[in-house]
Design a protein around this ligand. Structure first.
Ligand code: BTN
Length: 256
């Protein structure tokens, strides 16, 4: 069960293009601090002391990175929003390209990669039926491997890709604008418009191993991107071509 923590009382806030952005120096997890906020609020922390990644991993959140969580409304059927993690990946890669970053790719479901190095990770959580929290961890000016030596050679930093005069506040605003666009696509049932772009981002087909939600066993297949509804397309030797809802896929590992 995801943790819910209140926003620190000293957090300052600014308004930007329909978003209210709360900024604090130190927060356990910006996702947890966003859990009870209304839609179109966002939380940014200078450092996170308990940053969380997908599959219960910790997320190194040292000073100089962008640690940001955005609350979006999710009206209607819960299943309609199961593609939000995919659309959020599209939003972040789009925002980073807007800034001038090149040679980015996506790794399922929404890691932003530079070759085999991870630039950004996303954790989308539902704390209630009305909203979702889109958590973004983006390495910018920070050096995560100094806190966790095992990350040496495994991470990328935006500052090395796009040298320039931008601040973490600028990045937060650009990313939030893009998340707003991704949200509108799902709200208006227009996700199909970005399916091709996402498929280009994953550079599929690719040999992968998959673990389905709630199942222990893992199997290999050829990942062929998504269909217009955001369902993952996989071809296996035993079953031929199958599709899986994004929420059905607990883990996808690239084998090549
Ligand atoms: C992953 O790749 O495993 C997802 C990492 C998500 C990290 C971000 S940082 C801001 C937000 N708060 C958290 O605790 N996690 C997300």
């Amino acid at each position: 069960m995801a943790t819910v923590t209140p926003l620190p009382a000293e957090a300052l806030f600014i308004q930007s293009e329909g978003w209210t952005i709360h900024t604090a120096s130190e927060i356990g997890s910006t996702n947890s601090a966003s859990a009870q906020l209304p839609p179109w609020h966002a939380v940014r922390a200078r450092v996170q002391t308990d940053g969380r990644g997908r599959t219960n991993r910790m997320w190194i959140s040292d000073e100089g990175g962008l640690w940001l969580s955005a609350v979006v409304p999710c009206p209607g059927n819960r299943s309609k929003w199961s593609i939000l993690p995919l659309a959020a990946g599209w939003a972040i890669i789009g925002a980073l390209k807007e800034l001038g970053a090149r040679d980015l790719r996506l790794r399922w479901p929404n890691d932003i990669m530079v070759g085999r190095r991870k630039l950004a990770g996303l954790l989308v959580e539902r704390f209630n039926n009305q909203t979702a929290v889109v958590g973004i961890g983006l390495n910018v000016f920070n050096f995560p491997e100094e806190e966790e030596p095992a990350l040496l050679g495994a991470t990328a930093r935006l500052a090395d890709l796009v040298p320039g005069c931008y601040t973490l506040d600028d990045l937060a605003r650009i990313i939030l604008r893009s998340i707003g666009r991704a949200h509108a696509l799902i709200r208006d049932d227009e996700f199909r418009l970005i399916a091709d772009e996402l498929n280009l981002g994953w550079a599929s087909p690719r040999l992968v191993s998959i673990t389905l939600t709630g199942r222990a066993q893992t199997f290999a297949g050829l990942f062929e991107g998504i269909d217009e509804q955001g369902r993952l397309r996989l071809t296996t030797e035993r079953q031929g071509r199958c599709t899986y809802d994004a929420a059905q896929v607990a883990l996808l590992r690239e084998l090549e």
